[in-house]
Design a protein around this ligand. Structure first.
Ligand SMILES: Cc1ncc(COP(=O)(O)O)c(C=O)c1O
Length: 277
């Protein structure tokens, strides 16, 4: 991997820049906004498709347009987080970044893991593929920190990846049914706006209608974090505020749980939200 030299910037002077990708942009980054965000300090572009929290999937053309911008900036590396590659809820296919941008293969770090497709979160097993130089450096760092994932996790992950894949197909069908159920249930709640996600297993409704409202004990809901706290306290439902992902006011619900629990959660949310005035 050869990259042109650029200014050496101490790591404490580098910080992540979040480019807002709200619903008005289809929750996605486009070439113009990427180009506008790039500075001489830019080192990495981090992409995630299918996306957590909004469920968006980039098409081949959309990735290729981002790739064309990156061609002009040879110092920038790409992390493509494809951990939800198998959780596809509609007709839109998953496209790996390097398939859309083969010319960027040498500066793309693909990351993935067994947590989502195989429901093996507890095994703590992720993996990466990318330029040798990066993988060697990652190995060095890991060997001096955690040594390696446990042998049990490595063998379980190998069995999942190399074994029959029926589970992945069946789980995907179940996520599609749960997604449809949750989206329909939430869309019926006055004030929540959302669409069916294209992938992953999260519903991500916009909740601006509740900002400024008051709880029965007189507290004002000022942010989506206040709303998530209120839903937890009164509705007994755990959500994650959009602001935790750099986008507000939204709340994220996971539908990686049983349909029965989801049905109950929707009723509890509806009842709790109805108390806000
Ligand atoms: C986009 C994305 N990447 C990576 C991960 C990491 O998963 P894990 O730490 O379980 O491997 C998650 C988990 O929520 C995720 O949503």
């Amino acid at each position: 991997m050869r990259r042109p030299a650029g200014p050496d910037i101490p790591s404490d002077r580098l910080s992540p820049k979040v480019i807002p990708c709200g619903s008005e942009f289809g929750f996605k980054l486009d070439a113009a906004r990427l180009e506008a965000a790039i500075t001489p300090k830019t080192r990495w572009l981090m992409l995630n498709s299918p996306n957590n929290p909004c469920g968006a999937i980039y098409t081949q053309e959309e990735f290729a347009a981002l790739g064309a911008v990156l061609q002009k900036h040879p110092r920038i590396l790409v992390i493509s987080d494809e951990i939800y590659e198998h959780i596809i809820l509609g007709d839109k296919p998953f496209v790996p970044f390097v398939i859309a941008c083969p010319e960027l293969r040498e500066r793309t770090l693909l990351i993935n893991g067994v947590s989502k497709a195989y429901a093996m979160t507890g095994y703590r097993l992720g993996y990466a593929a990318g330029p040798k130089e990066l993988i060697v450096a990652m190995n060095k760092t890991q060997s001096q920190t955690t040594t390696c994932p446990s042998a049990i996790s490595q063998l379980a992950a190998a069995a999942a990846l190399n074994g029959p894949q029926d589970f992945v197909r069946d789980a995907n069908r179940e996520y599609q049914a749960r997604g449809a159920m949750v989206v329909e249930g939430l869309a019926a709640i006055d004030g929540l706006e959302l669409q069916m996600p294209e992938g992953a297993f999260y519903a991500f409704p916009k909740c601006s209608a509740f900002i400024g409202k008051r709880t029965p004990d007189g507290q004002v809901i000022e942010t989506d974090t206040d709303l998530a706290n209120y839903l937890l306290r009164v509705g007994k439902v755990a959500t994650v505020p959009g602001s935790a992902f750099g986008l507000e006011p939204y709340i994220r619900l996971s539908f990686a749980t049983s349909r029965q629990q989801l049905e109950q959660a929707i009723v509890q949310m509806r009842d709790a939200l109805a108390l806000l005035v």
